[in-house]
Design a protein around this ligand. Sequence first.
Ligand SMILES: *[C@@H]1O[C@H](CO)[C@@H](O)[C@H](O)[C@H]1NC(C)=O
Ligand SMILES: *[C@@H]1O[C@H](CO)[C@@H](O)[C@H](O)[C@H]1NC(C)=O
Ligand SMILES: *[C@@H]1O[C@H](CO)[C@@H](O)[C@H](O)[C@H]1NC(C)=O
Ligand SMILES: *[C@@H]1O[C@H](CO)[C@@H](O)[C@H](O)[C@H]1NC(C)=O
Ligand SMILES: *[C@@H]1O[C@H](CO)[C@@H](O)[C@H](O)[C@H]1NC(C)=O
Ligand SMILES: *[C@@H]1O[C@H](CO)[C@@H](O)[C@H](O)[C@H]1NC(C)=O
Ligand SMILES: *[C@@H]1O[C@H](CO)[C@@H](O)[C@H](O)[C@H]1NC(C)=O
Ligand SMILES: *[C@@H]1O[C@H](CO)[C@@H](O)[C@H](O)[C@H]1NC(C)=O
Ligand SMILES: *[C@@H]1O[C@H](CO)[C@@H](O)[C@H](O)[C@H]1NC(C)=O
Length: 518
Amino acid sequence: MNTAGFIAVVIVVFLSIHLVFAANYVPSDKIFLNCGGPAETTDSNGVKWTSDVGSKFASGGNSSTTSPAATQDPAVPEVPFMTARVFRSQFTYKFPVASGRKFIRLYFYPASYAELNASNAVFTVTAQSYTILKNFSVAQTTEALDYVFITKEFIVNVEGETLAVSFTPSSGVANAFAFVNGIEIVSMPDIYSATDGTTMIVGQSTPFYIDNSTALENVYRINVGGNDISPPKDTGLFRSWYDDTQYLLGAAYGAPETADPNMTISYPSGMPTYIAPEDVYSTARSMGPDQRINLNYNLTWIFSIDSGFSYLVRLHFCEVAQNITKINQRVFDIFLNKQTAMAGADVIAWAGGNGIPVYKDYVVFVPNGKPQVDLWLELHPNTSDKPNYDDSILNGVEIFKINDTTGNLGGPNPLPLPKQDTIDPTKARPSSGHGKGKSGQTAIIAGGVGGGIALALVLGFLAICVSRRRRQGKDASSSDGPSGWLPLSLYGNSHSAEESGEGIQRILLFYFGPLSID
Ligand SMILES: *[C@@H]1O[C@H](CO)[C@@H](O)[C@H](O)[C@H]1NC(C)=O
Ligand SMILES: *[C@@H]1O[C@H](CO)[C@@H](O)[C@H](O)[C@H]1NC(C)=O
Ligand SMILES: *[C@@H]1O[C@H](CO)[C@@H](O)[C@H](O)[C@H]1NC(C)=O
Ligand SMILES: *[C@@H]1O[C@H](CO)[C@@H](O)[C@H](O)[C@H]1NC(C)=O
Ligand SMILES: *[C@@H]1O[C@H](CO)[C@@H](O)[C@H](O)[C@H]1NC(C)=O
Ligand SMILES: *[C@@H]1O[C@H](CO)[C@@H](O)[C@H](O)[C@H]1NC(C)=O
Ligand SMILES: *[C@@H]1O[C@H](CO)[C@@H](O)[C@H](O)[C@H]1NC(C)=O
Ligand SMILES: *[C@@H]1O[C@H](CO)[C@@H](O)[C@H](O)[C@H]1NC(C)=O
Ligand SMILES: *[C@@H]1O[C@H](CO)[C@@H](O)[C@H](O)[C@H]1NC(C)=O
């Protein structure tokens, strides 16, 4: 064998080894439908889309029209957002698929189509027997969240061999119409169900069952302490993961941690590697090096959600520190909505070592209240057994809305708030690649501060706050690098009280009491 042949063999062997380690899921159904678009297009992530014009998926039923978007925001990816199919009466897409669970991702860009007023696009979307969007206004939702476009991700089990997705203009709205820019259907493995009775409702000692009859909407998917992960970089499931900085509460930022390049992330046998990408497990956020500070705050993330639903919260963990290898080195409590979800969490005890991923599911019931409320996720060191480090760690979070008893997932449209005149520190710096910041979004830090160290800390934290960015449709021209654009399925930053309609800024308190200078 000549040298070139030998090298080729080595490369092939290397690649096949690599494939064994990073076994991506291979979906049997993978449909990317660019509604109203040209026959074949490729988006900036390299994903190929086909048109629904003349497509077997869109045949029959009531009439519909296609239209380009009347306005084209340069921050919005052309595929699939610059064309839409428009419906004046109920219209059903029928997708022939294998039975089993499917991701349904819907893409919306709020523009005028076919000379219709964008604010009259108020409609309901059903998938099989589920209502996945109810009286949904793309224009109102994106305005309230300050997004330039929005995507929604659902999971529905298909029993037969057809997945039906229907769009119906709302009857209570004058001149209502429906539209959609893109529809994505991807088969998925059964990775989010809870049928063994071990997924508990937080604050109650009763299990919650998520089975074939449950439909889910992903509302957040976060790579804690890490970077955004675009759909082609996911594990074959085309999920989008976002960094966590905009969900962190005020000053309590903790410290991002990244696994040493020497550390290999080894998925335990029995845990499919497509549960979450290595990137999620190799990055984390912990509380920071100062144990006394850690004992006096909670590492806190806040997520805006619709009230009146139950939520599945999946937390991803993996110990990334080289010197944390034994039980009782980093032990912490996990709170969801101010209730203990898990006391004495110890990632090494769960996983058996560092570099080994593990995830835990919890269900949080959120009673009816204001239309949108905050879901709190807090971590605090647990010192009961005197662990080596007073610290906590988290690598990833996924939050899903669970369908209600009527099979509905749709919540009320969030209300846009009146514009306010406030000084926005996010305007002071160039964008880091997620589009424009929202005006009037400010975190105010106050506290019982004493001493120069505390002042320096406050200034440091302020600097971090200043660099915060509100996520939004990514500016295509900005520097997200090879990861490309990410669809947005998320509710906005929930930290500021303005989103809940109170029109005031929330004051964040951070205690520096125990931080006396010694
Ligand atoms: C056509 O639209 C009407 C009114 O929205 C609806 O009742 C009917 O079921 C639709 N027909 C089909 C085939 O979707
Ligand atoms: C759930 O649905 C899938 C696909 O229809 C089927 O293969 C599986 O057996 C079902 N699971 C249960 C527990 O019924
Ligand atoms: C669209 O409708 C909204 C609300 O009804 C109205 O304020 C706006 O002026 C309309 N826009 C156009 C271009 O007609
Ligand atoms: C539907 O949404 C529109 C726009 O948000 C709102 O004006 C209307 O009251 C809603 N209708 C129902 C029945 O919720
Ligand atoms: C990583 O590996 C290199 C060489 O194998 C070694 O010199 C280095 O100390 C290792 N780093 C850590 C943090 O273990
Ligand atoms: C553990 O490792 C971190 C960095 O990885 C280091 O800052 C810390 O001092 C180490 N702790 C001990 C006790 O060695
Ligand atoms: C941490 O959160 C829990 C639950 O909300 C709360 O009881 C506790 O007081 C918090 N601790 C600190 C230091 O904020
Ligand atoms: C610490 O964890 C233990 C379980 O390991 C639990 O019993 C205890 O209540 C926790 N302590 C606090 C303060 O939450
Ligand atoms: C979700 O919807 C299905 C179908 O309507 C229903 O059987 C199931 O009980 C619902 N789940 C919950 C948690 O209400």
